[in-house]
Design a protein around this ligand. Structure first.
Ligand SMILES: [Fe+2]
Length: 245
């Protein structure tokens, strides 16, 4: 079984299109989205349409929670200056889109052959806002993964790809489709973006478990044009990221 994991699309349909084109060529059996689907970027509806078209299992991210309950954005750790974009995204969704977001799962389990169990989530199995990185201390991982029976874990949220083995468990992060960060986000240090999209393919092949961290280049001028057309409040941020005026 060959599974594609995408995460943190953040309304960047241009990046998602490029990833899905690659995923089609890679003959994946199933697509799983690890959350943060629509807020911040110019094309929230097209992102949700694509997830439905691909019959993607989709997991709830903190930004998805905030789209559903924007008045509680701070509880979902949404930075203050992103609030206008959050409301803009919500205003551009249809009732059926909000219903679809409400249906997102909190975690998803996949059982491969040879007793290998994989658990997918957004931040950690316990919370959409837990941040797991290559440098996260073992004591915290012990808390996040306590009582779990899975041995392979995959999440998003950090916007940075990761392949980390810790004791008997394998911890993966598929990176971000729409907002791949150069460096880990820390408060007071605004993120800067890489000019590509990231995703992962995990495959059980006989006794082998393989993970493929993929990087896909996408059409940045097209994204900028779509941002210009959109009327997104945070348009300037996108221009700055890609050195457009
Ligand atoms: Fe995110």
């Amino acid at each position: 079984m060959r599974i594609g994991f995408i995460s943190d699309i953040h309304g960047n349909f241009t990046a998602l299109e490029a990833v899905l084109e690659d995923a089609r060529k890679q003959n994946i059996d199933q697509l799983i989205c690890l959350g943060d689907t629509v807020s911040l970027g110019p094309e929230p509806r097209l992102v949700l349409d694509a997830l439905r078209e691909w019959k993607a299992v989709t997991i709830m991210g903190n930004h998805d929670q905030a789209i559903l309950e924007p008045e509680r954005a701070a509880d979902f750790e949404i930075t203050e200056h992103l609030i206008p974009d959050l409301y803009w995204g919500r205003d551009h969704l249809r009732a059926e889109d909000l219903k679809f977001i409400e249906s997102f799962e909190s975690t998803h389990t996949i059982r491969f052959e040879h007793g290998i169990e994989l658990l997918a989530f957004h931040g950690s199995p316990k919370s959409t806002t837990h941040l797991i990185q290559a440098i996260t201390p073992q004591e915290l991982l012990d808390v996040y993964f306590e009582k779990q029976t899975a041995t392979v874990f995959i999440g998003g949220h950090s916007h940075i790809q990761m392949h980390r083995r810790s004791g008997e468990i394998l911890l993966l992060n598929s990176g971000s489709v729409g907002n791949a960060f150069k460096f880990a986000f820390t408060p007071g240090n605004p993120p800067s973006l890489l000019p590509w999209a990231e995703y992962a393919i995990v495959e059980q092949d006989g006794e082998f478990l393989r993970s493929d961290m993929r990087r896909v280049y996408f059409d940045i001028p097209k994204l900028i044009e779509r941002v210009k057309q959109s009327g997104l409040p945070g348009a300037e941020w996108w221009y700055k990221q890609y050195h457009y005026k």
